[in-house]
Design a protein around this ligand. Structure first.
Ligand SMILES: NC(=O)c1ccc[n+]([C@@H]2O[C@H](COP(=O)([O-])OP(=O)(O)OC[C@H]3O[C@@H](n4cnc5c(N)ncnc54)[C@H](O)[C@@H]3O)[C@@H](O)[C@H]2O)c1
Ligand SMILES: O=C(O)C(=O)C[C@@H](O)[C@H](O)[C@H](O)COP(=O)(O)O
Ligand SMILES: [Zn+2]
Length: 395
């Protein structure tokens, strides 16, 4: 979806029969091109709200069915950079007989503020949005985090469909129901778990995405490789250029594999009481860097440094061998992602680390690997270990 998404034979989301035992999902019977990745398989998961992540091209026609039969009004939340796309979505929904409004929000992290959520609540209130109405996010992870938070809080929860337009949004932010905003003290400190009614990941949107944004999203893909799916690492190592090419089949496979990793984990542990913490691999330092840099670093770039930091910590604790630790450096560097950070910021970073959501009281907790595909969350009792790992990545 660059200007106007391609028209296609419309299929109903509820007509898709995805096989929950297939980690990458079932080919779509409607277009033959889209892939459907279910986020919950069994009956218990369905009871708390299963949904589909659809990956393909020209997916806009699926939106009304994904919103469901009871929705009358839709608020489309998008950043200024995606105004044209937001208007396309609006026109399509109006053509389908719905009342559609757009809310333009500040770009990137500037959108993840309480005042922006307040602006959206005002628009919803002034337009009489009820519990049977819905929100659609069009944009990257910052937009789906904000829009998801607005959906979670409006009338204590209304439906939201995410239409991610960044790689990072597709493989990570739009999936799994974590929503949130930042406060002055840190990243995502206020939020809720509010799974979407569905996700439409239109690969055509990646054609306009700046290269640095696409590469930033690959950091989360690499994360999924280390915590669960080593084939991801092999695909990138075999051809890092193709991995960055929005036209390539390799990138599509990487996207589908990363979504499958996330889908399986959040199906098991929506509210991060255990296994889901693995998705936070690399994020303890990453969020501290983002805060220290006043959000001028891309999230994925910070995650890249955070992954190497976590690998060095695990190496120093004897949890992973040299080859596994070194592989963090080489895979991320092959994509042009940063693997080091300035050496004069430790105290500032430590303050950020101390506010991480995985901490319990004074216990600092980190996701570390015991091998590829073997993440666990461990207490790091001695801050000097953290400092030593920091020195390994310091510029
Ligand atoms: N909720 C979650 O599980 C989760 C997971 C990962 C990341 N996140 C959050 O996601 C955010 C990062 O998301 P992001 O990397 O997508 O960044 P972003 O949302 O800030 O978007 C990056 C930039 O790309 C532009 N853009 C978006 N789509 C475009 C397109 N198709 N063409 C051209 N430009 C486009 C945006 O306007 C923005 O300037 C962070 O706030 C992070 O905390 C949340
Ligand atoms: O989905 C998750 O769980 C994640 O941790 C995915 C992360 O990539 C993402 O950046 C998330 O927003 C971080 O969550 P937080 O709880 O540390 O704010
Ligand atoms: Zn992340």
């Amino acid at each position: 979806m660059t200007e106007r998404p391609q028209e296609h034979e419309q299929t109903r989301a509820d007509a898709v029969s995805a096989d929950p035992t297939d980690p990458v999902g079932a080919p779509d019977p409607g277009t033959g091109e889209a892939t459907v990745i279910p986020v919950s398989g069994g009956a218990a998961a369905a009871a708390r709200g299963g949904y589909d992540v659809v990956v393909g091209r020209g997916l806009l026609g699926r939106l009304p069915a994904m919103l469901g039969p009871h929705v009358q009004r839709v608020l489309i939340i998008h950043p200024r950079a995606l105004r044209a796309t937001g208007d396309v979505v609006k026109n399509d929904l109006e053509a389908a007989g719905l009342t559609a409004l757009t809310a333009e929000i500040p770009d990137a992290e500037e959108g993840k503020h309480l005042q922006v959520a307040g602006f959206c609540w005002t628009v919803l209130g002034q337009n009489n949005f009820t519990r049977s109405d819905a929100i659609v996010s069009v944009g990257g992870g910052a937009v789906s985090d904000l829009a998801g938070f607005v959906a979670a809080t409006w009338l204590r929860g209304v439906r939201v469909v995410h239409m991610p337009t960044t790689l990072l949004g597709m493989v990570d932010a739009a999936v799994g129901g974590k929503t949130g905003i930042n406060t002055a003290e840190g990243k995502n400190l206020v939020g809720s778990f509010h799974p979407p009614a569905g996700v439409l990941a239109d690969l055509d949107t990646l054609l306009t995405l700046p290269a640095n944004e696409l590469i930033s999203g690959l950091a989360e893909v690499v994360k999924c490789g280390f915590i669960a799916d080593p084939t991801i690492l092999e695909l990138i190592e075999a051809d890092p250029e193709k991995a960055q090419n929005p036209h390539s089949a390799v990138l599509r496979e990487l996207i589908e594999r990363a979504i499958a990793v996330k889908a399986q984990i959040v199906t098991d542990d929506l509210k991060e009481t255990g296994r889901r913490e693995a998705l936070n691999y690399g994020h303890t330092l990453a969020h501290a860097i983002e805060l220290a840099e006043r959000y001028q670093w891309r999230h994925g770039a910070a995650v890249s440094v955070g992954l190497v930091f976590a690998a060095e910590l695990a190496r120093s604790l004897g949890r992973i061998d040299d080859a596994t630790a070194d592989r963090h450096w080489s895979v991320l560097q092959s994509l042009g992602l940063p693997v080091s950070y300035r050496g004069d910021r430790w105290q500032t970073l430590l303050e950020g680390i101390q506010r991480d959501k995985k901490n319990r009281g004074d216990r600092l907790r980190f996701v570390l690997l015991d091998g590829i595909g073997q993440p666990s969350t461990v207490d790091v009792p001695d801050a000097s270990l953290l400092f030593a790992a920091y020195q390994e990545i310091a510029e």
